[in-house]
Design a protein around this ligand. Structure first.
Ligand SMILES: NC(=O)c1ccc[n+]([C@@H]2O[C@H](COP(=O)([O-])OP(=O)(O)OC[C@H]3O[C@@H](n4cnc5c(N)ncnc54)[C@H](O)[C@@H]3O)[C@@H](O)[C@H]2O)c1
Length: 355
C-alpha cells in the first residue's frame, strides 16, 4: 500500500487536547520508530507548548507541516478535517484523522474516497476498537455459551465539553463541530454497538437541546434494531456535572448470559452465565483477554506508525468511520422526523466493520 519509512517523521495539524494525547502515546509506544516533525496550530501558543513538550518544530502553515513529514495526524476541530485530509492525500501522505471524520456523512464518504484513490494509509481515531474491555465484552457476547444476543443498553454521559479539561469552546459551535453529543462523542458508541453486537438495520431517536445551543444537541435517546433480531438503546448526554468527565456503561443481555462493562479501557467487565460468574478489571482483564481471544494489547497511535513504517494498511480505517457516520446520519434523520424509524443501509458484517 505504501513505501516503507523508518523512522517515520510525524507531522501535526492541531496542537490541542487530542494531539497532545496522541503525541504522548507515540512517545510511550514507538519512540524508536517515530520522530516529531512540524506542528501547526493557528493558536501559536498551543503549537509552542506542544513543540516544547514533544520536540516537534513549530511551523507557520499547514503546508510547511505537510511538506516536512512522512505521515500526519489531523487533530483540528472537526470542520477542518476534510480539507486537511485532502491536502495530505494530494501529497501521498499517510493520514491519521480524528473522529468524527467530518461534520456530515457526505464529507466523510468523500474523504474515504480521497484516501482510497490516493492509495494512502489511513486510520481514524475510533480508538475504542482497540480497547481490551470492549474486545473482551465482544468476545464473551459472541461465545456460543451466551446464546443469541437479545438486548443491549448503552449509556454514555459526560459534562458538556466546553469547560473543565476541555480548554476550548468549539464543541458549542455548530459550524466547527457539526452537531452535539451524538456526532462528537457517541459516534464511538454507535461504532462499538455494531462491533460488539452486529450490524444495525433500523434506528429511531429523539434529541433535546437543554443548553439552548441551536444545533448542539445534549441529550439523545436512540433505539436500535439489529439484523440479528437483537434490540438496543443508546442514551447519550452532555450535562454539567464536572465530576463526571466521560463515562460509559454497557449491559448486554443474551439468552444465556448477562454482561456488563464500565470504563472505556480496563473494565471492569462482569458476566453471569449458568454456573459461571465473574468480574475482571485491569491486569486481570488483560490476562483473560490475552488467554481467551487472544487479545494483543496494541496502542492505536503506535499501530498507525508501525503500519506506515511497514507500508501496510492501518486499522480502523476511514471505511470503518464511514459506517459509523451512516449510523449517526440515520439517527439525526430520525430525530428530524420526530422519532420516526429510519432504515440503515445494511452491509455484510465485514463491510459494517464488525466481521
Ligand atoms: N478519539 C477520541 O476519543 C477524541 C477525543 C477528543 C477529541 N477528538 C477529536 O479530535 C479533534 C480535536 O479535538 P481536541 O479536543 O483536541 O480540540 P482542541 O480544541 O483541544 O484542539 C483543536 C486544535 O485545532 C486547532 N486548529 C483549528 N484549525 C486548525 C488548522 N486548520 N490547522 C491546525 N490547527 C487547527 C485549534 O486552534 C485547536 O488548538 C476533534 O475532531 C475531536 O472530535 C477525538
Amino acid at each position: 500500500m505504501g513505501r516503507r519509512v523508518t523512522p517515520v517523521r510525524v507531522g501535526w495539524l492541531g496542537a490541542g487536547l487530542i494531539a497532545t494525547f496522541h503525541s504522548k502515546m507515540l512517545r510511550h509506544d514507538v519512540r524508536d520508530l517515530a520522530s516529531w516533525a512540524g506542528v501547526y496550530d493557528p493558536d501559536r501558543s498551543r503549537a509552542e507548548a506542544f513543540a516544547a513538550a514533544s520536540g516537534a518544530t513549530v511551523c507557520d502553515s499547514e503546508e510547511e507541516v505537510l511538506d516536512g513529514c512522512d505521515a500526519v495526524f489531523v487533530c483540528t476541530w472537526t470542520s477542518e478535517h476534510r480539507r486537511l485530509v485532502e491536502a495530505a492525500a494530494e501529497r501521498g501522505l499517510p493520514v491519521f484523522c480524528e473522529k468524527p471524520l467530518a461534520t456530515n456523512l457526505d464529507d466523510a464518504r468523500s474523504m474515504a474516497r480521497t484516501v482510497r484513490d490516493a492509495g494512502v494509509i489511513n486510520q481514524v481515531g475510533l480508538i475504542l476498537r482497540r480497547s481490551p474491555a470492549f474486545t473482551l465484552l465482544r468476545h464473551l457476547v459472541h461465545e456460543e455459551a451466551s446464546g443469541r444476543t437479545m438486548a443491549v443498553v448503552f449509556r454514555d454521559d459526560q459534562y458538556m465539553p466546553v469547560q473543565g479539561a476541555y480548554a476550548s469552546t468549539w464543541r458549542g459551535e455548530v459550524d466547527k463541530a457539526g452537531a452535539g453529543t451524538l456526532l462528537e462523542h457517541s459516534i464511538h458508541d454507535l461504532d462499538l454497538l455494531e462491533w460488539v453486537v452486529g450490524p444495525v438495520e433500523r434506528v429511531a431517536a429523539v434529541a433535546r437541546e437543554f443548553h439552548g445551543v441551536a444545533g448542539i444537541e445534549d441529550a439523545v435517546v436512540t433505539t436500535l434494531e439489529f439484523v440479528s433480531g437483537a434490540v438496543g438503546t443508546l442514551v447519550s448526554v452532555w450535562h454539567d456535572v464536572l465530576e463526571r468527565p466521560s463515562l460509559r456503561r454497557v449491559e448486554v443481555l443474551c439468552e444465556r448470559g448477562w454482561y456488563c462493562q464500565e470504563d472505556d479501557w480496563f473494565g471492569p467487565v462482569e458476566w453471569i452465565r449458568s454456573g459461571d460468574r465473574g468480574r475482571v478489571a485491569g491486569d486481570d482483564l488483560l490476562a483473560k483477554a490475552a488467554a481467551e481471544i487472544p487479545y494483543e494489547a496494541v496502542n492505536p497511535d503506535g499501530a498507525f506508525v508501525r503500519a506506515v513504517a511497514e507500508g501496510r494498511p492501518a486499522w480502523p480505517d476511514f471505511d470503518v468511520a464511514v459506517r459509523a457516520h451512516e449510523l449517526v446520519d440515520a439517527v439525526y434523520r430520525s430525530c428530524a422526523a420526530g422519532g420516526a424509524p429510519v432504515d440503515v443501509p445494511v452491509h455484510s458484517p465485514e463491510a459494517a466493520g464488525c466481521g
